[in-house]
Design a protein around this ligand. Structure first.
Ligand SMILES: *[C@@H]1O[C@H](CO)[C@@H](O)[C@H](O)[C@H]1NC(C)=O
Ligand SMILES: *[C@@H]1O[C@H](CO)[C@@H](O)[C@H](O)[C@H]1NC(C)=O
Ligand SMILES: *[C@@H]1O[C@H](CO)[C@@H](O)[C@H](O)[C@H]1NC(C)=O
Ligand SMILES: *[C@@H]1O[C@H](CO)[C@@H](O)[C@H](O)[C@H]1NC(C)=O
Ligand SMILES: *[C@@H]1O[C@H](CO)[C@@H](O)[C@H](O)[C@H]1NC(C)=O
Length: 198
């Protein structure tokens, strides 16, 4: 499981004179193949794939979905190594009726999961705002940044829940920066500090 949340920014696309809706694959799968039915998309959505690779230290698993998605997430890729875990998540899109989004990027990343010689401090805590570490993790594939991520989840009327993680990641994950996301009575806040891995 990728630790960072993917924010679906709502793009204000200009509405076409005729309401144009794509038809896209709709499926869930434990492989990169997805047997699918089709769905009609909400206005402005495109056909997307969202695949994850998770290695929890005892072999890896793949899972994913294809469905209509907001085009703002089309190019999101993440890769994180935390303690004994390594996870990769790749979104891809295509833009015509019944199209199949490419799996090239996820295949390329899954093909490159070996340690790359860089290391980062690593730890995680699901209960506090700090985690001490003398442990390190080997960065894998394209990972060249060390991160310290703090996730605060506040539900109105309850105590805030704080989680922290340290490990290796790729630059585009660091570039997402800090953000706050509110939905209903829940506020989700992510703060990420990154340094070059050595
Ligand atoms: C997809 O469908 C084909 C034919 O119906 C079946 O043989 C295959 O096992 C299915 N694959 C998955 C991943 O469900
Ligand atoms: C997509 O597929 C799921 C599972 O097969 C189904 O429950 C859902 O209704 C489908 N969505 C649409 C919009 O067709
Ligand atoms: C995603 O990348 C493609 C190819 O580099 C580019 O054409 C497209 O505008 C990008 N989309 C977004 C939402 O950044
Ligand atoms: C996987 O890596 C090998 C060796 O680096 C390369 O020859 C091959 O083209 C790669 N495959 C993909 C799908 O990227
Ligand atoms: C995110 O917040 C941290 C801590 O407040 C700060 O050090 C860092 O520079 C911020 N990142 C960005 C991209 O503003």
């Amino acid at each position: 499981m990728s630790v960072r949340l993917v924010i679906l920014c709502i793009l204000l696309l200009p509405l076409a004179a005729t309401s144009f809706r794509l038809r896209c694959a709709n499926c869930t799968s434990q492989s990169l193949a997805c047997n699918h039915t089709f769905m009609s998309c909400p206005q402005g959505d495109v056909c997307g794939s969202d695949f994850s690779y998770d290695d929890l230290g005892r072999g890896y698993s793949l899972s994913g979905t294809r469905q209509c998605i907001n085009p703002s997430v089309c190019n999101i890729t993440s890769s994180e190594s935390i303690q004994r875990t390594h996870s990769i998540r790749v979104f891809s899109c295509c833009y015509t009726d019944y199209c199949t989004p490419s799996t090239d990027r996820i295949l390329q990343m899954i093909n490159n999961t070996s340690p790359n010689g860089l290391v980062c401090p690593t730890c995680s805590s699901l209960l506090s705002n700090w985690c001490y570490t003398s442990e390190t993790v080997q960065c894998k594939g394209e990972e060249n940044m060390c991160f310290f991520l703090t996730i605060i989840t506040k539900v109105v009327g309850r105590r805030a829940k704080v989680q922290v993680f340290r490990g290796c990641t790729i630059k585009s994950v660091c570039d997402q920066g800090n953000f706050t996301y509110e939905k209903g009575d829940t506020v989700h806040q992510e703060t990420m500090v990154c340094n070059k891995a050595r």
